[in-house]
Design a protein around this ligand. Structure first.
Ligand SMILES: Nc1ncnc2c1ncn2[C@@H]1O[C@H](COP(=O)(O)OP(=O)(O)OP(=O)(O)O)[C@@H](O)[C@H]1O
Length: 257
């Protein structure tokens, strides 16, 4: 189902237990098509676990993940990818000993379809086109033939997003896309993420950088101790006293008339 009015992602009552610890406790929210939805929360709030549950890296103890109206709860990352949901892996999905171009080609070839010999020829042509598009889009020309291991941290993070996009997903899950980046690289990455959404992609991101999230996101979900504490527009979430107490470590004085 690809109903444009339907949220692209619906998360309901998602729960995961690690022994006696409930790392994610009955979390639910919607991510709207063509928007940036962000999940924030203090250390240990359960953001990574939630991300892993949604992307299929770990299976929930309870709850549901629905993508474009299809129940994908507990589906493998490969099935998620085939359905149109791709995730970044914080550089760990790059092959450092291969050139940038090869990293992209391998990711693009994974998804291009067809049958028999013709499949091979048309798939590799389609993959090549996708690689060229991504090199252009991510301004990687000058680095295309360099080994991924020789890129700067910022370039590797950018390549990682490009690799996640090789499959032409409709929803991209980003795990702290600016972690370890300089201020300038963070700004560039934010602009890049915004431009992807402007082109119709939907994004769900988990991010520590609160200022970045508040700037970039259309909708913010705040987690605290495994549960959802609040959600809404960035400015509303920032002004929520419960969020300030739990996350920003400050309680706002009530406004005096
Ligand atoms: N595989 C696991 N086995 C046991 N406990 C886990 C596992 N993964 C996470 N946890 C625990 O679950 C809780 C939530 O962790 P999680 O990494 O999801 O939080 P987070 O919000 O992403 O934190 P951070 O911002 O520090 O990365 C923590 O107490 C963590 O120690």
């Amino acid at each position: 189902m690809n109903d444009a009015t339907l949220p692209i992602l619906q998360v309901r009552d998602l729960t995961v237990r690690f022994g006696s610890l409930v790392a994610v406790n009955g979390v639910g929210f919607d991510a709207q098509r063509g928007q940036i939805t962000a999940v924030i929360g203090p250390n240990g709030a359960g953001k990574s676990s939630l991300f892993n549950l949604i992307s299929g890296a770990i299976r929930p103890s309870a709850g549901r993940v629905t993508f474009e109206g299809r129940d994908l709860t507990g589906a493998s990352p490969e099935r998620m990818l085939a359905a149109g949901l791709s995730r970044s892996f914080q550089i760990t999905n790059l092959f450092f000993e291969l050139p940038v171009r090869e990293n992209l080609r391998l990711a693009a070839q994974f998804v291009e379809g067809g049958r028999g010999l013709l499949r091979h020829v048309s798939a590799s042509r389609a993959a090549q086109r996708r690689v060229d598009e991504l090199i252009e889009r991510f301004a990687l020309h000058a680095r295309a033939d360099d080994l991924a291991g020789f890129l700067s941290h910022g370039e590797q993070r950018r390549l990682e997003i490009a690799v996640a996009l090789a499959a032409r997903p409709r929803l991209l899950l980003l795990d702290e896309p600016t972690q370890g980046m300089s201020h300038a690289d963070t700004q560039d990455t934010a602009a890049l993420i915004r431009s992807l959404v402007d082109d119709g992609l939907s994004i769900l991101l988990v991010e520590h950088d609160v200022d970045l999230v508040m700037d970039l996101s259309d909708h913010v979900v705040v987690m605290h101790q495994g549960a959802k504490l609040a959600e809404g527009r960035p400015e509303a979430v920032r002004a929520d006293p419960a969020v300030q107490a739990a996350y920003f470590g400050e309680v706002q004085e009530p406004a005096h008339a």
